[in-house]
Design a protein around this ligand. Sequence first.
Ligand code: FMN
Length: 253
Amino acid sequence: MEPMHVHIVYAHPSTGSLNAALRDEAIRTLEARGHSTTLSDLYAMKWKPVADYDDLGPVTDENFMEASGEAHRSGTLSDDIRREQQLLLDADAVILQFPLWWFTMPAIMKGWVDRVLTNGFGYGTVRGWRRYGEGVLAGKHGLAIVTTGAAEAHMSDRGINGSIDDLLFPINHGIFFYTGMDALPPVHIAGAVRLDEDGYRAGVERLRRRLEALEETEPIAYRAQRGGDYDEHRRLKPGLERPGASGFDLHIA
Ligand SMILES: Cc1cc2nc3c(=O)[nH]c(=O)nc-3n(C[C@H](O)[C@H](O)[C@H](O)COP(=O)(O)O)c2cc1C
């Protein structure tokens, strides 16, 4: 086993939360296996959660995306952004850990994504559109660890909240895979509001097993942009879908 460096981006405001306990278990498990870890604890860091021109130095292009690319090229991105980008470049695996809030990540983490994955880093108009399996972060693993108040059944295929895999598509496909990373199947701890001692122990056990198998876990089989499965309009070519697949699942080979 090759030791890996794992960077954890973590969002929870309470130091006594379930998420805080799971974060500590995750770090313990990874380090016991010989991996090294770094942590961006966004609330503790008082992470600035909104992308704006203050991030970009003297750049003023009215198109914010282009301005972001220019700031990246000219090295004027703010220090907190560049520090996070370096942490990602140094990592073999990136974990986003958060409680599901209003069907997605807490705003402070969305603000981390908006600010850190700049044009020219997270995606490119700077050196061509490298994305979906290609890009600066290619070859790294991405893993979401998410707790939900809702029970497992409520977040299953026919569950009233929609399936957890659908809810996490914007993160697994839209953030990890888009920026070039392999997206590993998420670790989902459900029923997190009313978790009793047994439920907690079972959740921790599942988390540990997943992290102990981090290196050999098969990623979600998303289709690469330039792997031949999409036509010139970036639509999946007819006949390539798995039997019965529709919606987000079309993009899994
Ligand atoms: C602002 C907010 C929004 C929430 N939205 C959802 C939601 O959309 N779906 C869900 O299952 N649980 C939701 N919850 C419940 C949290 O996911 C749950 O409290 C958390 O996973 C428990 O972990 P913790 O003890 O570490 O906070 C929400 C909680 C808060 C505070």
